[in-house]
Write a protein that binds this ligand. Sequence first.
Ligand code: ADP
Ligand code: MG
Ligand code: ZN
Length: 629
Amino acid sequence: MGMDENKRRRNMVLYVLAAFAVYVVLNTFVFPQLKTGTQVEKVSYSDFTTALQDKRVDSLKYTYDSQSEAKYLLKGNKDTVYTTSVPINDTEIWKLIRESGANTSVDIPNESSNMWLYYLLTIFGPILLFMGIGWWLNRRMKKAMGDDGPSMNFGGGFNMGGGLGKSGARIVASKDVGVTFKDVAGQEEAKESLKEVVDFLENPKRYEAIGAKLPRGALLVGPPGTGKTLMAKAVAGEAGVPFFSISGSEFVEMFVGRGAAKVRDLFKQANEKAPCIVFIDEVDTIGKRRDGGGFSGNDEREQTLNQLLTEMDGFDNHKGIVVLAATNRPDSLDPALTRPGRFDRRIPVELPDMRGRQAILELHAKEVKTQPPLDLTVIARSTPGASGADLANIINEGALRAVRMGRTRATQEDFEESVEVVIAGQQRKSTVLSDHEKRVVAYHEIGHALVAASQTHSAPVTKITIVPRTNGALGYTMQVEQDEKFLTTRQEALDKLAVYCGGRAAEELIFNEMTTGAANDIEQATRLARNMVTRFGMSDEFGMMALGTVQNAYLNQDTSLTCAPGTAERVDADVKQMIAAAHARALQVLRENKFKLHELAHYLYKKETITGEEFMTLLKRENPLMKQD
Ligand code: ADP
Ligand code: MG
Ligand code: ZN
């Protein structure tokens, strides 16, 4: 006890002395400087982030409500106030700010005379400082007394006021989102549905007059990268109402109860600002189907979900709060979330079709300098299954390639090459194949291509390459459908199986040997054959009988079998037989065209990359020196 008393007294003296010293220093060196006039300078956002990274920022102030902008002073220069506007989706910024050690608790003026900053600092600065020192000493003392047990302070002392309330939801005024429907290409149906939501927020009377119930929530579902988040932002940009955005993962915290509190807080804020939009991204992280007893998975998540359900039932619909949510795992959502009265509207955001892809490519191509002639249709055609994010990436990779090549504009070739980069990864120059390996890969790829070319139902070959890629492929054969396909016939599927088998078949035929290079082909062939049997009703044995259910429609289309074990055995047998038949057919095609196989493989071996036209010319060319054996 006596020890503690002594310590405390000594600390008090230390505190007063330190505070006094600091005050004197501030008064003589710092404050007078503040009296001089300041100027305001607008800078780009990247200037701001670099300044943060270099830890050059002395102090900063962040505002959200009317305008999302940051003002800051640089170290050693109090005469210039820098301002910059901040994109709302930058979630990294908080970490940057924290790590930069910039002082966030002061006010920074925007007018050129900063007398009031001077007053503010002279009055509150010392108070804050003393409090800070007091807090620090206090903590030190507690530590000395072994009293800092479990009282960890999460995010304590870092509340920057403004819109960053307790819930951590970012409030964004609509005009600052910087995204409107103009920035979303394609996705017409989804946009149409969302426009209605916007309209409802703008003219609620019209809907009430007719007696229509206003939607409470809309759920954007679709594969990753299709623009769900982008569209939600566009809604905010169009609606002209406050927009609260939070990601589902932000709800899931370490301690039980915090997530639920966040939800409560979020809706409280929304209620105050109504009409408004609440956007919950990646809602599946909290909205996962609750387990029925047993292993009670995650109490925290369950509580959070319950709170969300309660809030959604609770809010006054006429106030105009619309809850938008996005997910790419709709089937894992708790049914309670999707029942009427909650997220009753489901807006599918699908992978773009060819026209959609072209529109997205064109939109993003406008952002980079390009060199005509440019034909983005070619790229749209060769990227079936690509998401909006992939396409945006293709354009960007193309621009990067142009820079690497020392050009100032991106060309058609850049974009075409970047399709491969995005699909297959960069060329990997470091992988050096032995001469024999290179030969095997050449035969393997030509095997695929020849089988494809021999069948009327296969998509034309557009490119063959044996340059290794960073994704591990040692070579590949690119086939591009002439037109967009929505249906696949049984014959086309069987032909595809044969093409998958063509690589391995060529290896066997020429080298009488197998390699690991066919692993991916085997995987794809098996998946296709299995789907044909279990989902597409294309097997003789089972006909139109569904034998499996799709687990996750948007992520990998994996099916789980729903049939008796005995049936599963027969499914396997059927799949095996289907692939065996395809393999036999591929072998036969290659045997019949063995000379062409040699000729083309040698050509590919020498050139490493050949186009579809080269392939076709060579294939059709009569070679009198070669006779069929
Ligand atoms: P999701 O939330 O569905 O996973 P995002 O909204 O995050 O996808 O999209 C990622 C990026 O892909 C966007 O920032 C945008 O650049 C691009 N993108 C996706 N879809 C589109 C589209 N329809 N139009 C324009 N750009 C798109
Ligand atoms: Mg998203
Ligand atoms: Zn292959």
